[in-house]
Design a protein around this ligand. Structure first.
Ligand SMILES: Cc1cc2nc3c(=O)[nH]c(=O)nc-3n(C[C@H](O)[C@H](O)[C@H](O)COP(=O)(O)OP(=O)(O)OC[C@H]3O[C@@H](n4cnc5c(N)ncnc54)[C@H](O)[C@@H]3O)c2cc1C
Length: 418
């Protein structure tokens, strides 16, 4: 049986891997000239299974207004608001109630917990280096208010049996010795002990090689133009490289999933939330992060990847524009110099990058069937595609095979919007 996977980011390649393992004849197509050239290219590298929370949460609307007036704001809204941006903001606001937050969080935790299990299985079965670090993820609080507020999250972690520790400034320095230079700026931290960090781009490219050994065919430079349907089935996909036909089709096109599927009446509420990263060479090992952190004040993630440090964050609402802005570079550079002042070397090539997070208003990805019998969705992973990637790939393979998914699928599919 043939499956065509559209998209070779972390989600498409993970789907291809598990489908090939299940015995399908898989082809992956992508318009780029290699794998992980879209949003999976230079993300923050956090495998935040425990920290999987929707952005839309009670209190966020007030915080958002405050952020818009701060110098190094984690949220930037283009003042020329387009229709799609307004629609997205409204749908985010609707999800900021306590009830919706709890529902959305529990759906996301279901996918992330499954992914955590899948990553562990994968590591047992495969021996390849992708700069994985098992140091947990440390949230750094610069104010007593942030420290007090983390109690709400702790109640949720207790409920889900997540291993965590609350640290004072001394404890933060013990976990991350590079923070010793700024101990006076830190009020405390929350460490999610079992979260991890690793290089997504490296992983996807190594997984492509693994997939090839299982017979997966990758075709690059192939732009999808149109999807044809007959009698409730997809019949073919028209591309810049001709027509592709398969028995089943998986759409893993990140932010572009919505525009490609709209003509078919499959309406996905995915909005491209732009983020930035810079990647800098480490100067001195013990002055640099050993694992991954989030500076809660600026909502910026700082991750050690091999002999480099990746600094990533910012949510910019500006539609599909992927251009690099001075503001993005200014904020990420400020945060790394402020919290790890001796970590990185000066360089003329700081690998500054921007990517579009495929965000759904409820933070949950869209995984499952559509109204077309042989068309499946694996998209909308927003801020957590790397975390949820392997689990989502395995999940879509189990759904297509009709096997027991081991995960309650309720609320994960497109039907929740209908
Ligand atoms: C700054 C930043 C930091 C992040 N940090 C983290 C993190 O720490 N942890 C985490 O879990 N997640 C993180 N994320 C989110 C994560 O990177 C994404 O959720 C994930 O990469 C999405 O993967 P994807 O495969 O769905 O999309 P993509 O990687 O974008 O892949 C989609 C593919 O589809 C292809 N495509 C699109 N349209 C077409 C078409 N018409 N024809 C052919 N091909 C097409 C594209 O070329 C692309 O290769 C971060 C994101 C950003 C921007």
């Amino acid at each position: 049986m043939k499956v065509l996977v559209a998209g070779s980011g972390i989600i498409g390649v993970s789907s291809a891997y598990y489908l090939a393992k299940a015995g399908y004849d898989v082809t992956v197509i992508d318009r780029e000239d290699g794998a992980a050239m879209g949003t999976s290219h230079a993300n923050a590298g956090q495998l935040s299974y425990a920290m999987s929370s929707p952005w839309a949460a009670p209190g966020v609307p007030y915080k958002a207004i405050r952020w818009m007036f701060s110098k190094y704001a984690p949220l930037i809204v283009n003042p020329r608001l387009s229709f799609i941006t307004i629609k997205f903001i409204i749908s985010i606001l609707r999800n900021c109630t306590t009830n919706r937050y709890i529902t959305n969080k529990s759906r996301m935790m279901r996918v992330s917990s499954f992914s955590k299990k899948t990553v562990a299985e994968f590591i047992n079965e495969n021996d390849f280096d992708f700069e994985l670090r098992n140091n947990g993820v440390l949230q750094i609080f610069r104010t007593n208010k942030q420290l007090a507020e983390c109690k709400k999250d702790i109640a949720i972690y207790e409920k889900y049996g997540v291993k965590y520790e609350v640290l004072d400034a001394e404890g933060c320095v013990k976990a991350e010795p590079g923070l010793r230079h700024v101990k006076n700026k830190i009020k405390g931290g929350l460490r999610l002990i079992e979260d991890q960090s690793a290089n997504c781009f490296m992983f996807v490219n190594k997984l492509v090689e693994k997939c090839k050994t299982l017979g997966v065919n990758f075709e690059y430079g192939v732009e999808i133009n149109k999807i044809n349907t007959i009698d409730g089935n997809v019949s073919s996909i028209e591309t810049s490289n001709g027509e592709y036909m398969a028995d089943n089709y998986v759409v893993a096109l990140g932010c572009d999933s919505s525009s490609v599927l709209k003509p078919l009446g499959v309406l996905l509420p995915i909005y491209p939330v732009k983020g930035y990263s810079i990647t800098l060479p480490v100067k001195e090992d013990l002055d640099a992060p050993q694992g991954s952190l989030v500076d809660e004040t600026y909502k910026v993630a700082i991750t050690r990847l091999g002999d480099k440090v990746r600094v990533a964050g910012i949510a910019e609402l500006t539609g599909y524009d992927k251009s690099l802005s001075n503001k993005g570079e200014e904020i990420t550079t400020f945060v790394i110099n402020n919290i790890f002042p001796k970590a990185t070397k000066e360089t003329t090539d700081n690998e500054f990058w921007a990517g579009l997070r495929p965000m759904t208003p409820d933070g949950t990805p869209i995984i499952g069937k559509t109204q077309y019998r042989n068309l499946f969705l694996n998209t909308g992973h927003g801020t957590l595609g790397w975390t949820m990637g392997l689990g989502s790939g395995k999940l879509i393979s189990l759904i297509i095979s009709g096997d027991n998914t081991q995960v309650d699928l309720d609320g994960l599919g497109i039907e929740r919007y209908q």
